[in-house]
Design a protein around this ligand. Structure first.
Ligand SMILES: [Zn+2]
Length: 279
């Protein structure tokens, strides 16, 4: 019985780690023989749990920092940087999400993203582009839940630009742990796809908004002119074939004439909390 329970626990942890981080499950299996050194009979239950998870976390982080990036490069994908520099003003919306290996893209997409960020910085020196979910490092077709289309290194989500109302500098932070779920919702009289989709039974469309614990957007404003400029710069990249934002934002930002911007469909999630673009 004890063996069966242990096996169920191992399969459960393996599955969760694989879904969230792609390689975490395999790292967990590699780590298991080492965890035997911390036998629960020798230590108290909680001490054993802390020591095991600490040991696993250390091994996991070391492998993700030093082994996964070169292997992914051989697979044709590069890792986006976690922190911005003067030369490359892009950064991760969440270091935790990056540690979950959700920040890999094809080099051509990275190039387009960096170019866009530099163009934006030229016009708005205090602005940095924040990326959210990109793709996992291996296996084309492996879905990145909940962004199922992010499975080939050709998709990238980034945050909208917000400005501090008083300082007039760019805010350069996200409003939730993941960067998702805090929306620029439709105003009265604007097209309201989130409502339409929910009415049609697409319960997942507004899910991230409902489950996100977020900070209140206090003291900041959605910068219409800067976001319009950002979207135009994304579209200018020849390699970028499609951009998804909510229709009400496309209208609000007067971007109706751009064919690359289109509605992603009710089967996806709402796109007024982030911009999605793809090769
Ligand atoms: Zn996306």
């Amino acid at each position: 019985m004890k063996f069966i329970l242990k096996a169920i626990r191992t399969v459960f942890i393996f599955s969760i780690l694989t879904v969230l981080t792609q390689v975490g499950g395999v790292i967990y299996l590699l780590y298991l023989p080492f965890s035997l050194f911390v036998k629960s009979e020798k230590y108290s239950f909680w001490k054993s749990i802390v020591m095991r998870s600490g040991g696993f976390s250390l091994i996991y982080v070391l492998i993700c920092l030093f082994i996964i990036p070169p292997l992914a490069k051989k697979n044709g994908l590069v890792q986006l940087p976690c922190f911005s520099t003067k030369e490359i003003p892009v950064k991760s919306g969440s270091v935790l999400m990056s540690l979950m290996n959700r920040n890999y893209v094809k080099p051509v997409l990275q190039e387009a993203f960096f170019k866009t960020a530099k163009d934006v910085q030229k016009k708005y020196p205090s602005a940095e582009l924040i990326y959210l979910d990109a793709n996992f490092p291996f296996f084309e077709g492996f879905p990145l839940i909940p962004h199922l289309s992010h499975d080939d290194g050709e998709k990238l989500d980034i945050a909208f630009l917000y400005k501090n109302k008083k300082a007039k500098e760019f805010y350069n932070k996200t409003f939730s742990l993941t960067g998702y779920g805090v929306c620029e919702a439709p105003k009265k009289g604007e097209t309201n796809k989130p409502n339409d989709c929910e009415k049609q039974g697409y319960w997942q469309y507004n899910l991230l908004k409902k489950v996100t614990f977020s900070k209140v957007k206090k003291g900041v404003e959605f910068d219409k002119i800067a976001n319009r400029f950002l979207l135009q710069k994304i579209i200018e990249n020849k390699e970028v074939k499609e951009v998804f934002i909510e229709p009400h934002l496309q209208n609000r930002l007067n971007l109706g004439k751009y064919k690359k911007i289109r509605f992603h469909g009710c089967h996806a999630v709402r796109h007024d909390d982030h911009i999605h673009f793809q090769l």
